[in-house]
Design a protein around this ligand. Structure first.
Ligand code: BG6
Length: 590
């Protein structure tokens, strides 16, 4: 999943603008980057592996037109040659891509047979050579791009810088592409609205199958029919979101500490909107929640609250593996999708299929104008501010707090839900302001630094919290963690328990309290060590991390010490906390 940023204007220098735009897109991919600008009719290009260099290292000439790209490698290793943009053989145009060309091998073979040479391992370069081939039949670059693009299989979004006409041409199919317009009529193009927020105040979101030509004016066409598509400018609804780390060393710890504010943003959600969705939940035949990664765990916790609190037969799905449900979807059903980016391809695909079958769609996203936001019948924005760290923390809490309030509202307990969330926000705020909370997590991290495996046990309201703790530990430490429904340990995993094995036990003062201690004792009696997570230290705990709250929302509080533990472990291990290896903030490819 990558980031595209482009500029055509008169008031700014293209390389500066694109470099700053790419920095705001680095969460989408950061193994390499590239910028191409037009100067005196020629394309000048800089690209390299690693984080985008600061502007003066680009030493590109002043220009009014250019494109840029941050890469998260899918096809082709992380090398300078494979970085985008990729140039046509005559250097007349440069191309960047976000997506995967599923038929690139056969296209490449055919182009090789026609005499084309390839310098990179990427599917992107295949698109460039294919356009060159199509130009032999369609000399006009726009026509050649259209004809080539329609031969690509898979979800791909591309942008092309054309030195001949001094235009930017782009096509969206899958990964998002947003046009921005500044007060001085400069035109921008980007993979997300957030990166445009400091430059523009109006946007147009391209839909799949649309080609935009940015020259003396903006022209949007349907790539299949060739018909002009008229779209109105939308006001960019959020101001330039502050993405400065401030006093914090990393975005992750900043975003964990932002959690109380994100819960307050849930509390101020429009009650009417929540009541409407609660009504739809009660009216639905099946309610499915769905997400990927951390959002998949949020979907699981939301379904738990709907079952436990609202007695709704809610089922949680994982975006990447929901195929067996497709034939179950009907117009009587409702899908609820939490998602930070609102663009996760795995989930969008399931929502598309469900929508086509008449399902109602509710989404809770943190990116206005994102695909999931635009396609849903019930739209909710987390308004949590940007979450830059690839490891999702504050947004997970925002999603599950929203799900908790939704469940409470479904049974007429909206006010009670609001009160409990207000208390939760205050408890977490106090907890995170106490240095002892951080010192305890740091100290425990030192004890765990050598471990190879970590079991995380949760039951009932804590099971999906345990799964999210597993995701945090794996993402932050690259070590293996294993979340288990506490009572299930005795059926298989107990064979692994011996001296030196650690298990985190997430405890809440609820009906599963005593069963949790049966499991704790099973582990201790076989030499295992217990790390208790609970508002107070209990004798059975060998180690202990205080958690910030009790009561109905205690599971949400339990994730905070887990996030802190993962953070301090990642720091101790010297890992890239905000950009762990191999993962990206949002995967907009299948
Ligand atoms: C993964 C991210 O790629 O996608 C996770 O690393 C995230 O942090 C998951 O939870 C789903 O992304 P989104 O944008 O749908 O929440």
């Amino acid at each position: 999943m990558c980031g595209i940023f482009a500029y055509k204007g008169s008031s700014l220098n293209a390389a500066d603008v694109i470099s700053s735009g790419l920095k705001r897109l680095e969460y989408r991919g950061y193994d390499s980057w590239g910028v191409a600008v037009i100067n005196n009719g020629s394309i000048l290009l800089k690209k390299d592996i690693g984080k985008i260099g600061d502007i003066n290292k680009l030493d590109l000439p002043v220009s009014k037109l250019g494109i840029g790209h941050t890469r998260w490698a899918t096809t082709g290793a992380v090398t300078q040659i494979n970085a985008h943009p990729h140039l046509s053989s005559d250097h007349s145009f440069a191309l960047v891509q976000n997506g995967i060309v599923e038929n690139f091998e056969e296209l490449k073979e055919d182009l090789k047979n026609k005499g084309y040479k390839f310098i990179s391992q990427t599917d992107t370069e295949v698109i460039v050579r294919l356009i060159e081939e199509e130009k032999k039949i369609h000399p006009d670059l726009v026509d050649a791009i259209k004809s080539a693009f329609l031969k690509l299989k898979g979800r791909n979004t591309i942008a092309v810088l054309d030195s001949k006409t001094e235009q930017i041409l782009a096509v969206r199919n899958g990964s998002p592409l947003i046009i921005g317009l500044s007060k001085n009529k400069d035109i921008f193009l980007s993979s997300d609205a957030l990166s445009l927020s400091s430059f523009v105040d109006k946007i147009i979101v391209l839909d799949n199958g649309e080609l935009v030509k940015i020259g003396s004016k903006i022209e949007i066409k349907n790539i299949k029919t060739g018909k002009i598509v008229h779209k109105d400018w939308e006001k960019l609804t959020f101001k330039d979101a502050n993405i400065d780390k401030g006093k914090y060393d990393n975005y992750m710890i900043k975003e964990i500490c932002d959690t109380p504010e994100t819960i307050n943003q849930v509390i101020v959600q429009d009650e009417k909107n929540i009541q409407n969705l609660a009504k739809a939940i009660k009216a639905a035949r099946y309610v499915f929640t769905i997400g990927s990664g951390t959002a998949g765990n949020a979907a699981g916790q939301i379904a738990f609250y709907l079952r436990e609190i609202a007695k709704i037969p809610a089922i949680s799905l994982i975006g990447a593996d929901a195929k067996e449900y497709y034939d179950l979807f009907s117009e009587k059903d409702l899908l609820i999708a939490p998602s930070q980016s609102g663009e996760t391809a795995d989930v969008v695909e399931v929502l598309d299929i469900a929508k086509a079958k008449g399902c109602k769609i509710a989404t809770y996203v943190n990116m206005p104008g994102s695909m999931m936001n635009r396609m849903s019948d019930f739209k909710f924005l987390a308004n949590a501010g940007p979450e830059i760290c690839v490891m999702s923390t504050k947004i997970f809490v925002s999603q599950v707090a929203w799900g908790y309030l939704l469940a409470k509202t479904t049974v007429g307990l909206y006010e009670d839900g609001i009160n409990n969330l207000s208390k939760l926000a205050a408890d977490i705020k106090t907890y995170l302001e106490e240095d002892t909370s951080h010192q305890a997590a740091k100290k425990l991290a030192q004890n765990l630094i050598e471990i190879k495996d970590l079991f995380i046990l949760g039951k009932s309201q804590n099971f999906y919290i345990a799964k999210e703790g597993m995701v945090k530990i794996i993402e932050g430490t690259y070590k293996h963690a294993h979340a288990i429904p506490a009572g299930d340990l005795k059926h298989y995993a107990i064979t692994l328990i011996e001296r030196g094995v650690y298990a985190l036990a997430l405890v809440s003062n609820d009906s599963s309290f005593s069963e949790m201690f049966n499991v704790v004792n099973e582990i201790k009696s076989r030499g295992g060590s217990i790390i208790g997570i609970y508002p107070e230290k209990l004798p059975a705990f060998d180690y202990y991390l205080k958690s910030p709250s009790i009561g109905e929302t205690s599971a949400i509080g339990n994730i905070i010490p887990l996030q802190l533990l993962a953070y301090y472990l990642a720091v101790l291990l010297g890992n890239n906390v905000d950009k762990p290896r191999n993962i990206a903030k949002s995967v907009t490819v299948k």
